[in-house]
Design a protein around this ligand. Structure first.
Ligand SMILES: [Zn+2]
Length: 339
């Protein structure tokens, strides 16, 4: 259900100390929704907590909303979820937070929990709330390696690294980040990359749908998937760069085994079986957006009538325009403007 914003845009910018882009992303808060805890909490800060989701595997859950539903200004440290996967030789961190202090906190926690520094960071996609803090992992010449797909690398560069910033369109176009570029570029093609962490392997699945290039990370010896922003829980998906038909296909793939633990990109960690409402919601958006398009309505007109039925649960909006953003993504795709 859409809900009233209790922060003015101006207050949000002041409170968050964030750019207009990110303030806009977080521009609406809603009813109370403390994300339910899934695993044992091993660390908790005002902006995020870390939950154990398997042996040597932890999920980070950012907490952008206070229990009363208002925006939590501390949350800009991380903004996105992420995680830690430990092997005997390597320790992988998932995603880069919005601010360097968020990534630095995650790196320190990885060292505390595993006894080893982060050796590799996997970037699930280019968005600023997942890449803006990558500098916080840097440990001089020691690394770690920052791994991303070729498309993600290009999009970080295009959107955030300089002259190619677009003046309008994506709400992420001008956040105040100073990106650290990936150091290891992997292919976007269908091939799955296997990484040996020492006594454990993980697989990097190149997918798309939330953006033109999304990575999901599958742990081979435990039923855990880090889904990046392909899967959200309790928060309505941000379609700003989405290719909606691919999003549905990717999510079907990730949620196929109901027993798998899914570390989402935003919101709670959950079993795949508990996230079927998310897939139902994506399909409802498709049905309504297609109807709107075929009736000749604009995305704004179509979104105005969009209601999430109570049967699908509560899906809070980071931004009051996110329904329209979803309808616009479908319009782009139905009009043949996306590949
Ligand atoms: Zn994203």
């Amino acid at each position: 259900m859409p809900s009233k914003s209790i922060f003015s845009r101006r207050n949000f910018i002041a409170a968050a100390g964030a750019s207009a882009g990110v303030a806009s992303m977080l521009g609406a808060s809603a009813r109370a929704n403390s994300f339910p805890t899934f695993g044992k909490v091993v660390e908790e800060q005002p902006f995020a907590r870390i939950e154990e989701v398997g042996p040597g595997i932890w999920g980070v859950v950012s907490t952008p909303l206070k229990p009363d539903g208002s925006f939590n200004p501390a949350a800009v440290a991380t903004l996105c979820n992420g995680g830690i996967i430990a092997g005997e030789d390597k320790v992988v961190a998932i995603d880069g937070s919005f601010r360097p202090e968020g990534a630095a906190w995650l790196a320190a926690q990885a060292l505390r929990l595993t006894g080893k520094p982060v050796t590799d960071v996997i970037v699930t996609h280019f968005h600023a709330d997942h890449t803006g803090g990558l500098a916080g992992y840097q440990n001089g010449a020691a690394g770690p390696e920052i791994i991303a797909t070729a498309t993600t690398n290009q999009l970080v560069y295009d959107r955030y690294a300089g002259a190619k910033q677009t003046p309008e369109g994506a709400q992420f176009a001008r956040p105040a980040i100073r990106p650290v570029m990936p150091t290891r570029i992997i292919t976007d093609e269908a091939s799955i990359l296997t990484m040996d962490l020492g006594g454990r392997t993980i697989r990097l699945h190149p997918l798309k749908g939330h953006t033109p290039s999304d990575l999901a990370i599958v742990v081979d010896d435990a039923p855990v998937i880090f889904a990046g922003d392909l899967v959200w829980a309790g928060l309505f998906h941000n379609y700003v760069d989405a290719i909606p038909s691919h999003l549905t296909t990717s999510v079907e793939h990730l949620l196929a085994d109901p027993k798998r633990t899914i570390v989402t990109g935003h919101g709670a960690i959950a079993n795949a079986g508990e996230l079927s409402n998310y897939l139902d919601l994506l399909r409802l958006v498709e049905e309504k957006a297609r109807g709107s398009y075929e009736a000749g309505k604009t995305p704004a007109e179509g979104a105005k009538d969009f209601i999430v039925p109570a049967s699908l649960g509560t899906w809070q909006l980071f931004n009051p325009r996110y329904y329209e953003t979803a309808f616009e993504a479908w319009r782009r795709e139905l009009a043949g403007e996306t590949s």
